[in-house]
Design a protein around this ligand. Structure first.
Ligand SMILES: C[S@@+](CC[C@H](N)C(=O)[O-])C[C@H]1O[C@@H](n2cnc3c(N)ncnc32)[C@H](O)[C@@H]1O
Length: 425
């Protein structure tokens, strides 16, 4: 099927129907020829990265917006504009292919409209681009509520954060240390013509010079290596699991951190729990591929009495549900699926889970609170409030004023992440 037509459908599903890109894109990949997979991904990611700019140009070029069943053609126009504006595809080819997509989308009568809009963009590109970046949303490609939040939270760094959110994320590997040291696996990759870099404190991490299919990685099927951002791998540095301990990975799916714990301490007694039964299947698959063992439980972290009658835990990793504002470079749809008031709801949920899980931690135990968010409300402010209401909690990471460690996206090529290590008296 025509790649542009499929891209327009994916963007329609995300922007108009609220589906996540990670749900909409994989089935769409099946509809295009394998050689077009990368192009489809590039167009979908690109349009979602620069949505307000493309919307603003479209608005200038059309008298009235397309509605109802014609909405997919609105997104097809965005697909065309993105190619002309941001890609190295020759403009005439981009226009021709995009206009051709109207046939596949079964409304050939809209061919003329799509053609006219794209051609008039070509003619007036400079003026229209200048007008589109005259407002902040168009210039920075973020919704204004998020932009304001970032400006307030990071007065010095917000522009850097916004820029990092537009970058293509690198592919990081986590070497399974039960099979290879990081350096011996790195040598194996070099022998296979795959160049990598190391990370200063994520000891198992390797960054690929350019992403590749996992099947090209030696021993992937046998569990020698996993794909995981270096920021997520830092959880092990804070959790520091020990042999024989009872450890809860709370909110564990799809199980990246559960497996990392077991790669470090295969004889730890690890419980992986999550509320989402479907996502827990991924935990089981990962454990199986890596030949590791954990007890996998489906339950709601707010109500541990419903799923845990055992003893209290020595360590708890609480990788909380969050706004995922630290991983926008991997999931640009987050910018359009999240709303400002989601943050307050998430903060309330996180704080309920924190309190419920704290009660399940042994005296002397360690809890690591983590998110892949960069909003202070979910991170430093959340932990500050927790410390203020929890007399037996001591902060190990950061200062009372700025508890925890906030990693911003792009820092050492990592995703945005937050960690706070807490100790129970
Ligand atoms: C950030 S993801 C976890 C990623 C995972 N720790 C990893 O490293 O692969 C957050 C998880 O929280 C789960 N979740 C959301 N609300 C929950 C709740 N009330 N109780 C338990 N899990 C919950 C979601 O299903 C999701 O899998």
């Amino acid at each position: 099927m025509n790649v542009r037509a499929v891209a327009a459908q994916v963007i329609y599903q995300v922007v108009d129907q609220g589906q996540s890109l990670s749900a909409a894109l994989p089935p769409a990949q099946q509809k295009v020829a394998p050689r077009d997979g990368a192009l489809l991904q590039e167009i979908c990611y690109g349009v979602l990265r620069w949505l307000p700019r493309l919307e603003s140009i479209t608005q200038s070029l059309m008298d009235k917006p397309l509605k109802g069943k014609q909405r997919v053609f609105h997104h097809l126009i965005l697909v065309g504009l993105y190619q002309i504006s941001f890609m190295r595809i020759p403009a005439h080819a981009a226009v021709a292919e995009t206009v051709d997509a109207t046939k596949v989308l079964k409304k050939p009568q809209l061919r003329g409209l799509v053609n006219a809009v794209l051609r008039s963009y070509q003619r007036q590109q400079e003026t229209l681009d200048a007008a589109a970046v005259a407002h902040d949303a168009g210039k920075y490609g973020h919704p204004s509520w998020l932009l304001k939040l970032l400006q307030k939270a990071y007065p010095e760094q917000w522009e850097q954060v916004v820029e990092a959110n537009h970058e293509k994320a690198p592919m990081w590997l986590r070497v399974n240390r039960t099979h290879h040291t990081r350096d011996s696996y790195r040598a194996l990759l070099t022998e296979n013509g795959i160049d990598t870099d190391v990370h200063s404190d994520a000891e198992d991490a390797l960054k690929l010079a350019s992403p590749c299919d996992v099947t090209a990685l030696p021993g992937f099927a046998d569990g020698w290596v996993s794909v995981q951002d270096a920021a997520a791998q830092l959880s092990i540095n804070y959790l520091q699991p020990q042999s024989g301990e009872l450890i809860l990975d709370c909110c564990a799916a799809p199980g990246g951190k559960t497996c990392h714990i077991l790669e470090h301490k295969a004889d730890a007694n690890v419980v992986a729990m999550d509320v989402d039964a479907t996502r827990l299947l991924r935990v089981k698959e990962n454990l199986q591929r890596l030949q590791l063992n954990a007890q996998v439980i489906c339950g709601d972290a707010r109500y541990p009495a419903d799923w845990w009658q055992g003893e209290q835990f020595d360590r708890i990793l609480l990788d909380a549900p969050c706004s995922a504002t630290g991983v926008i470079r991997r999931h640009p749809d987050i910018k359009w699926l999240r709303r400002a008031d989601d943050i307050d709801q998430l903060v309330a949920l996180q704080s309920e889970i924190l309190d419920a899980m704290w009660a399940q931690l042994k005296s002397g135990g360690t809890m690591v609170y983590a998110t892949c968010s960069i909003t202070p409300q979910e991170n430093s402010e959340q932990v500050k409030a927790f410390l203020a209401r929890t007399s037996d909690a001591t902060l190990v990471t950061g200062t009372a004023d700025r508890p925890g460690r906030q990693i911003l996206p792009g820092e050492e090529n990592m995703d945005g992440f937050y960690y706070a290590e807490l100790k129970k008296a």
